[in-house]
Each structure stands twice: as C-alpha cells, then as structure tokens.
Design a protein around this ligand. Structure first.
Ligand SMILES: *Cc1c(COP(=O)(O)O)cnc(C)c1O
Length: 421
C-alpha cells in the first residue's frame, strides 16, 4: 500500500458486519475467562490488553497505523509530544548516562534535556549538526547513550542531517532518535536514513485540527542493543520476573520495554476518544501536508520579495542554509512553518502581529488555520536583543504557520499587516 492508502486503511480492518470506522473502546479494563490467561498477560507471554494505562484497542489501532506510516515495527502513543520524548529517553537511559543533542530542537525538549533530565543525572551536550564530523565526534563521551535531532527544527526551520548523524551515532554504538513532528511521515521517514527511534508531537500536523494534545514513539526495530552498552535491554528485568527484552521480543525489544516498563510506571497513555480524534486527522494527513507545503512555499516566496522583509527561513528557498538537506530529506516540501524577520525589529514585528486579521496570534504551530507568533515577545521574552542574537533569533522574527485557507486570502492578510508594520 502507498502511504495515502495506509493513512485510511492501516491499523484497523473490520470483520464481517463490524463498524467500518474505528470504534472507540472507552474502557479502562478488560474481561477474562481464566486465571491462566491473566497469568500469561502478566508474564508477557500472551498478547492482549490488561489495563488502559498501557494499552487499549482503539489506541492500539492508531499505533499500528502510525508504525505502518513510519515503516517501523511498533509504536506507542503518549499523552503529549513531551511525554513521547521523555519515555523514549528513559526507556534506554539512566542516571550517569549522556546525550548528544542537536541544539536546534524545540524549546520544551531543550528544557527537558538541559534542566529536568540533568536533575536526574542524565547530562546533555548540544551540538550543531551542520558542523564538521570531527567537531561533532568530540562531543561524545564513554557514557554517551543517545543522539537526538529534529528533522525540521522548531522554530529554527533548519534541516537535520539524519544520515550523517545516524552514521556517527552508530559508530559509537548508540541509537539516533529523530523528532519528526513538523515533517510527519508524509514528508520524511527518518528510518529510511538510518534513524532508530522516531517521535512525533501528534498535537501538530498529525491531529492537525488543534483539537487534541498527544505524542507517539515509533521503533525501527533495527538497532542492535546487544553491543554491551544497554544491559537493561539484554539482562533480566526484575520488575517483570526476569523478562529479557531482546531475547523475548526480538526486533520489538525497545517499543515493548517503553510500554510495559516506562509507560506502566509513568502512566501517560492517551484515552481511546483522543486516539479516535487523532485517527481522523491521520486519515487526511497526506492531503493536508500537500496543501500546507504549497501554501507555505507561496507565502515564503511572497515574503522573500517584500521590501519590508529582511530575511525568510524556508528550506526550499534558494540560498537557505538548509536548502541542500531539504532537497535530500524533504523532496515533497518542508511543511507549513516559515519564519521571517521584518525590517524595523521588535516594534515592527509587534505592529505586524497586532495587525493580522485572518491569522490567529496563538501559542501553537502546525495547525490547520494560519497562525503567527513573535518569539521575542512570547517564548523568548526574557532575552535582551543581544541574547536573542546569540540564540539565533532576530528581534523582528515572526514564526508563521501557514494553514489551509485559500492562498490569496493568506497573502492578502500578510500584505495588509505588513503595510501596518
Ligand atoms: C510541540 C513539540 C513538541 C512537544 O509536543 P507537545 O505535544 O506540545 O507536548 C516536541 N517536539 C516538537 C518538534 C514540537 O514542535
């Protein structure tokens, strides 16, 4: 099946006379015939649902669909993108371990790595994936256990060199985790370039309608955990009477451990109704991404010609620092997210934002409706202009998330707001 077909048909196949649409099994519990069956569930020797903190039939259908879209062996849905990254990391790392992460990642991920995980004894070194390989290799330590990057970085809109970073990670015997939120599996499937684990905030394009917060972890099934650096994957798990993830679950070792150990303990599993809404979003994802990309391309081209605009970041534009990487990893387009800087800095940007009529000022991105945000007066408000420059954020920079309205209405709104700026 092609990906458009999988979006509609993967994960759920009705039997004779059963509902055509994925049913909502809004139940916390499941009924059993025998103690023996329940014992098997608790020994992880029998497949089935035990309790809706770790699995549920509606959520499972959506997980199977997403695994199919990504080309993975299994997926685990979570209550948010943050929970997806946290659970993915804690499945393989513990206090004393070290992460090498691209510096161009979502602010929430930066906080998770630099503040919260540091408190738990997991340290992170941030690198620039565009640097020379020799420079990047110097960030690795004997206790490095994971490499992290974002296919299209939020909000920098730079493209991560997945193949190069996978080769570096693997040469140190550690996996590469790629946050593929903005690209979605429609525009990029990081497993095809050597990534081992993929996460998404499904809150963004996958749900797409700004209706539900959620996340997902996907396992490629290809990383070899037996090299000695990941004893928890190969040695018996005390909390499951001696289960050995690699021996007992083979290529699904990572995603099984994520579910039965970390999800069991953390408990960030979505409700069936939320998964149902996510599934509706996934059904139309290919169509929506195509239009988001086309509208963003037109908006980026328009902005790059506008005299009041100083700079536009959108990787398909010629001269963009990520142009070559985008041609390799994102041939179908670079999503709907564009950033641009207005001449006149902070004041002009504020006048622009306060003048938009169609676009919404909102703390969200990758949404069906066009929206704008001014990082210097919101997410990066505490920084001075000098500090913003050091963080690579122009004081007049605007993050524009291009929606599915008619492109001439979007451009007309940009035009009238720019005339006010
Ligand atoms: C929004 C976002 C997250 C966090 O996801 P939530 O669903 O908001 O928790 C993680 N990574 C990226 C790239 C994001 O854009």
């Amino acid at each position: 099946m092609n990906i458009e077909t999988k979006c509609l048909h993967a994960g759920y196949t009705p039997g004779n006379g059963e509902p055509r649409v994925l049913p909502i099994y809004q139940s916390t519990t499941y009924a059993y015939d025998s103690t023996e069956h329940v014992q098997g569930l608790f020994d992880l020797t029998v497949d089935g649902h035990m309790y809706s903190r770790i699995s549920n039939p509606t959520v499972a259908a959506v997980e199977d669909k997403i695994a199919a879209l990504c080309g993975g062996v299994g997926a685990l849905c979570t209550t948010s993108g943050q929970a997806a990254n946290l659970i993915a990391i804690l499945t393989i790392l513990k206090a004393g371990d070290h992460i090498v992460s691209s510096g161009a990642v979502y602010g929430g991920t930066t906080n998770l790595l630099a503040v919260t995980l540091a408190r738990l004894g997991i340290e992170t070194t941030f690198i620039n994936s565009a640097d020379e390989e020799a420079v990047i290799r110097r960030a690795f330590r004997p206790n490095t256990r994971l490499v992290i990057g974002e296919t299209i970085a939020n909000p920098a809109i730079t493209v991560f060199d997945i193949e190069k970073m996978a080769a570096i990670a693997h040469s140190f015997g550690v996996p590469l985790l790629v946050d593929n939120t903005f690209a979605t599996p429609i525009l990029c499937r990081p497993f095809e370039y050597g990534a081992d684990i993929v996460t998404h905030s499904t809150t963004k394009y996958m749900d797409g309608h700004a209706a539900t917060v959620g996340g997902v972890i996907v396992d490629s099934g290809r990383f070899d955990w037996t090299g000695g650096l990941f004893p928890e994957m190969t040695e018996p798990d005390k909390s499951y009477h001696g289960v050995r993830y690699v021996t007992d679950f083979g290529e699904k070792a990572f995603i099984t451990k994520a579910r039965v150990q970390m999800m069991r303990d953390i408990g960030a599993y979505p409700q069936a109704t939320t998964a149902f809404l996510l599934n509706l979003g996934l059904e139309t994802l290919p169509l929506r991404m195509e239009r988001h990309c086309a509208n963003a391309q037109a908006a980026a081209e328009y902005l790059s010609r506008h005299p009041k605009v100083e700079q536009v970041n959108y990787p398909t534009l010629p001269g963009d620092p990520s142009h070559e990487l985008a041609q390799k990893y994102l041939p179908g387009g670079c999503s709907g997210v564009v950033s641009f800087a207005i001449r006149g800095g902070r004041d002009a940007a504020v006048r622009f934002i306060d003048s938009v009529k169609l676009a919404t000022l909102q703390v969200h991105v990758a949404d069906i409706r066009t929206c704008v945000l001014h990082p210097a007066s919101s997410t990066h408000r505490q920084l001075t202009d000098e500090q913003l420059a050091a963080a690579g954020i122009h004081p007049g920079m605007i993050r524009l998330s291009v929606g599915l309205e008619h492109i001439s209405d979007i451009l007309a709104d940009l035009e009238q707001a720019l005339s006010q700026a």
